[in-house]
Design a protein around this ligand. Sequence first.
Ligand code: F6P
Length: 396
Amino acid sequence: MQHELTVSIARGGLSVGECDGQGARLLHVRLGEQPRLKAALAQRWQTGGKEKESKAAGGHMEDGNIASPDMIVTVQQHIAQQQEALYPGAKGTFSWLLSGITLATKMIQAQIRRAGLLGIAGSAGASNVQGETQQKLDVYANEALLHCLGVRDAVAVLVSEENEEPVTFDRAPETGKYVVIFDPLDGSSNIDVNVSVGTIFSIFLRPEKTSDVPNAAALQLGSKQVAAGYVVYGPSTMFVYTAGNGVFGFTLDPNIGAFVLSHDKMRMPAQGQYYSVNEANAEGFPAKYQTYLSQLRSGGLGHEYSSRYIGSLVADFHRTLLKGGVFLYPPTVTHPGGKLRLLYEANPLAFLAEQAGGMATDGRGRILDIQPEGIHQRTSLVIGSRVEMEAFGRIE
Ligand code: F6P
């Protein structure tokens, strides 16, 4: 099927006409006062970008002939704008890298939406490197991310929850600049019961002095992340990310197949109503955590807290980001060092929490200051709103 685009810079924005054989669509995106971005876009479309440009009959728009008042910002446009504003002259490598994640997560959500019909819910009959039962969708999600990211030449190293060792690519340091770490499908046992799950990712620059040990590129302090985010597959599919300049949320519009900006400059409320913890483990929690939980329950922070626990970290964190409160996975009898994984669970969510005005610790210090020693290292995690986190920090 022929797919044709016409593009013009007009009326303070970028107009895109798209014709794919099933119909034509018009889109006008206001660029505001961003002359550099306008110039860069104008040049890109004049000189030919990755997309095909043509002026086919029926798809061409003349200046001033804008039919649709719709103004949306897709995740790709947003990342490009942010990069251009922060790093003038950015070549688009980072946006191209992130488009690997958005593409893979769209593929994953399409499978999740039909899981009950395709017979792909349930166990794949194997265990992953964590000794946890692998779900069929874990395998699919991992392959989708490995493929969509692996073909982007900016990627040097991929680390996945599902792979014991990092996957490395023989790319020159000038090209293969990034290390991407991900949990392809977090909380996947919840799929069988039609409850929200998610994908989490964390991105680092490949260290300048690269050693031959691929693990070394991934064992960086969380504070060095250049971007992090997650996709929550809930009633709607949402992509939430930070590149160190605030947190932004996008909702997948299934009609156009694009993540559209729906939550601009997200801030975690300073205090919330809920705490979130697996209370079945409470008797084994260290005393500090037990004191804290009874303080929350008894109104010690101004009101009596209610509890919410889904058992999908992404979903529990997403609620905490939007509504405030605190999520805890303390040390337990079976996991005295904590259960959650530092590199692809705690680190990316800690980066997002801090960027949204919240905090994250392992019970002793800031998550982002932990020097990782192994790619599948576990940690305890307390993450949430400023008021709850400061109260936790005051308990001896
Ligand atoms: O780490 C995987 C995970 O499923 C998280 O998504 C979730 O927060 C946690 O484990 C749930 O663990 P538990 O079942 O022990 O409460």
